[in-house]
Write a protein that binds this ligand. Structure first.
Ligand code: FES
Length: 100
């Protein structure tokens, strides 16, 4: 049996960067790797290391709506995310960190 812990993060953000190379719709079509790196830079700039974690995710199953970004444990899901949506996602994270 593995050891089980409570997540150390207030929020864990998963950014799907799956890339099917144009064969089928995938989140990378909307430059999700750029979304991920911008979110990571914004989190680091706010000094949230250890509070908010930005992670790359594989396919989360809603590819036609990509790019997809989900935040746990708050069960927040963003679809149709483009690189210029990062500020809006950061506003939501600011609220979550402020509440914690
Ligand atoms: S490719 Fe991102 S959810 Fe499937």
């Amino acid at each position: 049996m593995p050891e089980q812990y409570e997540s150390p993060y207030i929020s864990h953000v998963f950014v799907c960067t799956n890339d099917r190379g144009g064969k089928r719709k995938s989140c990378a079509d909307n430059d999700s790797p750029s979304v991920k790196s911008s979110l990571k830079a914004a989190v680091n700039a706010r000094g949230w290391k250890g509070k908010v974690r930005i992670s790359t995710s594989g396919c989360m199953g809603l590819c036609a709506n990509g790019s997809n970004v989900m935040i746990y444990p708050q069960k927040i899901w963003f679809s149709g995310v483009m690189p210029d949506d990062v500020d809006g996602i950061m506003e939501v994270l600011e609220g979550l960190v402020g509440e914690a």
